[in-house]
Design a protein around this ligand. Structure first.
Ligand code: OSB
Ligand code: MG
Length: 371
């Protein structure tokens, strides 16, 4: 494989309404699409689906663009590349910046799988033909009435597992109301790192009263120890998201029994190879996982869907139907829902052909890099 040029398209996609979480509001979903061209004319696509600002992790879309352009692309452009694994090892001379690394890795896998004419499900060792999808995440609402109406929509969609975003002050009351109306639904909450163990211990303990399937990332990103202390006080499984950044943090979480479930976002952990390694480590230690999303376009979602076909991704994935959040559509829905399932693509590459003309027209910023 020899990459001869790259294009980076920055997109700013309109959302139907702001997505509000414990870390702040997303009004426009920025993202960066990476397009690589191989010497044989084969194109590969990846997505750095971070946010407009460093509010989920430190990587905003503009930070990803800088890291990709200045540090990652020079490693691959114009070089004879062996395996994708080798490239990832070289990327790791740089600390962190996993969303940026993942986007380039996915574009390389796209090309590699087309060159060897094998599907990514096969190359990555996926075992499931179709993957189960959870109901859309419900952001923080202005009123309980609005929230209940959205919960009603999700329950009637027939998808399992309703997920509510919570934050301090928007927790016990809303859970009382939702459980009052829906005592039996499979319900989980995601706090996106917004609680403090010392300040909110009583409220966190009360969350045990709502038969939640899991509580996702209650405490800060950098506190595995805090989650370990909290998990010992709760019956409800803690699911870590932001805290699981790499193999090291995964080992810490396992050793300290900080969670019973992990939300693996392939972007957050730095791509497919890291996802597979982390998932295998979790599986060996009896910790279940599921595949989270970052409001990706269909390009990023394709890889999430394919990785969800791995063993141990046993909870429904956080992969919403594309037109649920977005007004601007990058591609028509390439992965339709079939009941509560999506088929993992069996053809080589990311499973559909990307319309680069449309990317050109939608881009609010574009960079071209050639060898
Ligand atoms: O915590 O899961 C999260 C979106 C951006 C950043 C963090 C999160 C989210 C979501 C979106 O909840 C879920 C999706 O992509 O469907
Ligand atoms: Mg989360």
């Amino acid at each position: 494989m020899k990459i001869v040029s790259a294009k980076l398209y920055k997109l700013k996609l309109k959302l139907k309404k702001p997505f509000v979480t414990g870390f702040g509001q997303i009004k426009h979903k920025e993202t960066l699409i990476v397009e690589l061209l191989d010497e044989s004319g084969c194109k590969g696509y990846g997505e750095a689906s971070s946010l407009h600002a460093p509010i989920y992790n430190h990587e905003s879309v503009d930070i990803c663009r800088l890291v990709i352009e200045r540090y990652l692309l020079p490693i691959i452009i114009g070089k004879d590349l062996g395996s994708v694994e080798e490239v990832i090892d070289i990327f790791d001379i740089y600390e962190g910046n996993n969303i940026a690394k993942a986007s380039v890795e996915f574009a390389l896998w796209d090309i590699y799988s087309q060159l060897v004419d094998k599907s990514l499900v096969e190359l990555w060792g996926g075992s499931k033909k179709s993957i189960e999808i959870g109901a859309n995440s419900i952001g923080i609402q202005n009123s309980i009435r609005e929230l209940l109406s959205l919960v009603k929509d999700e329950v009637s969609s027939g998808l399992d597992r309703v997920k509510l975003k919570i934050k301090p002050g928007y927790d016990i009351d809303i859970l009382d109301s939702v459980r009052d109306k829906y005592p039996d639904i499979s319900l989980m909450v995601d706090a996106n790192s917004s609680y403090d163990l010392l300040k909110h211990r009583d409220i966190l303990r009360k969350l045990d009263d709502y038969s939640l399937v899991m509580i996702e990332q209650p405490l800060g990103t950098n506190t595995i120890v805090g989650h370990s202390l909290l998990q010992k006080e709760l019956k409800t499984p803690i699911c870590l998201d932001e805290s699981i950044k790499d193999i090291e943090t995964t080992k810490d979480a396992i050793e300290s029994e900080a969670c019973k479930i992990v939300n693996i976002k392939p972007a957050r952990v730095g791509g497919a190879i890291k996802t597979i390694q982390i998932n295998n480590l979790l599986k060996k230690n009896g910790i279940e996982s599921w595949c989270g999303g970052m409001l990706e376009t269909s390009i990023g979602r394709a890889y999430n869907i394919i990785l969800s076909s791995l063993d141990n991704f046993d909870y429904p994935a956080d992969i919403s139907t594309y037109d649920h959040y977005f007004v601007d559509i990058v591609e028509k829905e390439p992965f339709p829902l079939n009941g509560n399932k999506i088929e993992a693509p069996t053809n080589p590459g990311l499973g559909f052909s990307v319309d680069s003309g449309l990317l050109e027209r939608m881009a609010v910023g574009k960079i071209i890099i050639e060898s």
